[in-house]
Ligand binder design. Sequence first.
Ligand SMILES: Nc1ncnc2c1ncn2[C@@H]1O[C@H](COP(=O)(O)OP(=O)(O)O)[C@@H](O)[C@H]1O
Ligand SMILES: [Mg+2]
Length: 238
Amino acid sequence: MAATATPALTLRQLRFSWPRQPAPCLDIAGFSVAAGERVFLHGPSGSGKSTLLALIGGVALPQQGSVEVLGQRLETLSARARDRLRADDIGFLFQQFNLLPWLSAIDNVLLPCTFSASRRQRASAAQPARAEAERLLTQLDLAPDSWHTRAGELSVGQQQRVAAARALIGGPALLIADEPTSALDAARQQIFVDLLLREAAAAGAALIFVSHDHRLARHFDRTVALADINRAASEVAA
Ligand SMILES: Nc1ncnc2c1ncn2[C@@H]1O[C@H](COP(=O)(O)OP(=O)(O)O)[C@@H](O)[C@H]1O
Ligand SMILES: [Mg+2]
């Protein structure tokens, strides 16, 4: 995966406006993330970070320009093909974790393998997928006595590790994390970010990590301020 020269992400002449909003939210001439590159993207609340991630995930489509993910231009794909690309090749880590509270930690980690045959195959290449889920949880410092606890009963820090393992299972080539640390104190945030960086590197995955807190940036390959690539932001500020 890491060996491929295909960039994880290429944006070209991208323009996106939300319906009934007078000003464009995003206007990005060009931006790319290399295969395996780990990028820290920061910007204030409301600056369009989550919107950009929705475009990268193919959940929203731009009015103009192109979003190319792992060599595939999303605007040329059917909705079904975009769903498949997202399920097979993108690991999402959300601010609110989006775990299923009634499922155990381990069954939450295994969820992507039920939606994607290719993630299931990659997860179970060396050992059963369940053993791979356990390996990831161990790497992320979640003790075995929590593996069978329902996600709704775990602490915030534990839920976050489960969500990270779920994003990582089956080796998606692109990991997207949308402010996943905001519920943690500063020391725990840095520990979690370091774990995520290490696991992304081990998997050869590109990582786009979004936060409004640039103190977390120091161990990333590159730091980007959204305002520096988004011309819409300067229009609003001007
Ligand atoms: N579903 C939506 N419909 C309309 N406007 C939206 C929607 N989601 C976000 N916005 C607007 O887009 C702008 C950027 O929001 P967002 O991408 O959530 O920023 P951030 O993640 O940086 O906090 C805000 O002005 C917000 O109100
Ligand atoms: Mg956001």
